[in-house]
Design a protein around this ligand. Structure first.
Ligand code: AHR
Length: 534
């Protein structure tokens, strides 16, 4: 049958209704024929997806701390003891589990005593790693702990082993956690009688480069000293000590994992570690030249292809760790990950300022999924970085603040924090752009702490929608709702003028005969919340 609006026969309202209905049913049938079948088995549970895989990284770099978090108590920007209220409110919504601080490369030039005591008496320095910017040290230990307490998060301190001494590191953790010692009394005089909780303690950062440089063998020697003499005295929160692992695929880099794990397996009672850090950026080589906006499908696909290498990077490091630690006593913490693009034109290149588009949200979801699939060994990850730097959650400018697409991806995945991973089966399909072939879709499922089932679906395909038919083996579905994050342009961003250009929308998937049908937009991230019963 042919329908023509320009033909001799005039279309009546009734025939128009039949036409539209028939066409929409036709497309629904076509969709369900091509739909990706997802089978979730709630009875088949995997490990807990540690909430710390949704951790953040805040370095003294550009406007990451000063301007982004800290404006000072005298500022006109609404603040609590110098910390921006708008930023705190936004971060509380995404339940940041831990914040890694003060670096990065900055950590190995940071001397904690510069950042305590009366602000007007603090020593100022030059931030040698990042643009030679002045470092006033007004944001120091107490301000950091005030910040994480305001957002309800935990501390991941990166200690200075490059230019600092073993004693300096030992003193800092004693200052933070002891009761009764002179350092504890000094902390009390500086306003905090109660010991702080320090969950993670990084023994250095990128020790092959800015945090050393040390060869694997040299680092192991340092690691033993720092791990032996740096002690937590607060029994309320045992500190997990984290050694520095590799950041690339070459044999030399894997040599760090090998040397550290071998030393760990043969250690004496004097020292221990609970974590090994990996770093993996998506940046297309060095220097970073990928544009953050104004790119086409090809560059989108290149970036996604690169980021998916995170999976193999974890697999390779896990294989080395399994040899020495089959019982998984040492976790992987991917404590720096994210996109590193060419800096925004006109900004200080040392400040690592870049826009954040829908591509970054897709990429964040794919990394969350990888971490979740390795939840047996990956117990933490920190996106680089929290505010105004690299793949940021938040941009600020004076009193203005805007949330990025990456922020929204973090917010949508909150129910996966400490959720139990569930078995999920589906065919990823393929999505091809020139000579690049990627999976077309990705998904994970988990049972949340609230008993609901959560399924996160990413449509990687930048041009075509994807339809899904989802079943829960042996369970009957009573209710489904969802949220989806998509944008009309491949490089769509949020700006101070258009802050909601990319923001999640509610969706109501169809449930029929215990099947959930949902069609998602190209290049999108969707999370479904399902009430189901056996
Ligand atoms: O996140 C920016 C920098 O990247 C960090 O300071 C360093 O650890 C890494 O090379």
């Amino acid at each position: 049958m042919k329908y023509s609006f320009s033909g001799k026969k005039r279309l009546t309202l009734a025939s128009l209704f039949v036409l539209v209905f028939t066409m929409s049913m036709g497309s629904a049938f076509a969709q369900s024929r091509n739909a990706v079948k997802i089978a979730v088995n709630p009875a088949e549970t995997g490990p807990v997806i540690n909430r710390h895989i949704f951790g953040h990284f805040a370095e003294h770099l550009g406007f990451g701390i000063y301007g982004g978090i800290w404006v000072g108590p005298e500022s006109d920007i609404p603040n609590t003891r110098g910390i921006r209220n708008d930023v705190v409110q936004a971060l509380k919504e995404i339940k940041v589990p831990n914040v890694r601080w003060p670096g990065g490369c900055f950590a190995d030039q940071y001397h904690w005593r510069d950042g305590i005591g009366k602000p007007e008496e603090r020593r100022s320095r030059i931030n040698v790693s990042w643009g030679g910017a002045p470092e006033p040290n007004t944001f120091g230990t107490h301000e950091f702990f005030d910040f994480i307490q305001q957002i309800g998060s935990e501390a991941f301190i990166s200690a200075n082993i490059g230019s600092g001494t073993v004693q300096e590191s030992a003193d800092w953790l004693e200052y933070l956690t002891a009761t009764g010692s002179s350092l504890a009394q000094e902390r009390a005089r500086n306003g905090h009688p109660e010991p702080y909780d320090v969950l993670f303690w990084g023994i250095g950062n990128e020790v092959w480069g800015c945090g050393g440089p040390f060869t694997p063998a040299e680092y192991v020697t340092e690691l033993k000293k720092f791990a032996t003499f740096t002690n937590n005295y607060n029994p309320h929160t045992p500190t997990q000590f984290v050694a520095v692992g590799p950041d690339s695929f070459d044999e030399y880099s894997f040599g760090y994992t090998e040397a550290i794990m071998e030393a760990w397996a043969n250690r004496t009672w004097t020292w221990n570690i609970q974590g090994l850090s990996l770093h993996m950026y998506t940046r297309g080589g060095w220097p970073a030249v990928i544009p953050a906006t104004g790119f086409g499908e090809r560059q989108y696909a290149e970036v996604i292809q690169e980021t998916l290498q995170m999976d193999q990077f974890i697999i390779d490091n896990k294989a080395i760790m399994d040899k020495y630690d089959p019982n998984v006593e040492v976790s992987i913490l991917v404590d720096e990950w994210g996109t590193w693009y060419a800096p925004t034109e006109g900004t200080n290149p040392g400040f690592l300022i870049q826009q954040n588009s829908q591509r970054d949200a897709v990429l964040a979801a794919l990394n969350f999924n990888i971490f979740a699939r390795h939840a047996d060994r990956v117990h933490g990850a920190n996106i680089a970085q929290m505010i105004n730097v690299l793949q940021a959650m938040i941009f600020t400018e004076g009193e203005k603040m805007v949330l990025t697409p990456t922020y929204h991806a973090f917010r949508m995945y909150v129910p996966f924090q400490d959720a139990t991973r569930l078995d999920i089966k589906f065919d990823q399909g393929t999505y091809t752009v020139g000579d690049i072939t990627l999976p077309r879709v990705d998904a994970i499922a988990a049972k949340g702490k609230d008993g609901k089932i959560y399924v996160a679906i990413t449509n990687i395909d930048a041009k075509n929608t994807a339809s899904f038919d989802l079943t829960l083996d042996g369970y009957s579905i009573s209710n489904v709702k969802g949220e989806t994050l998509f944008a009309n342009a491949i490089d769509a961003v949020n700006t101070f003028d258009k802050p909601n250009n990319v923001s999640p929308k509610a969706i109501s998937p169809r449930v029929a005969r215990n099947n959930i049908s949902v069609t998602v937009q190209p290049q999108s991230v969707t999370v479904l919340t399902i009430d189901a019963r056996k």
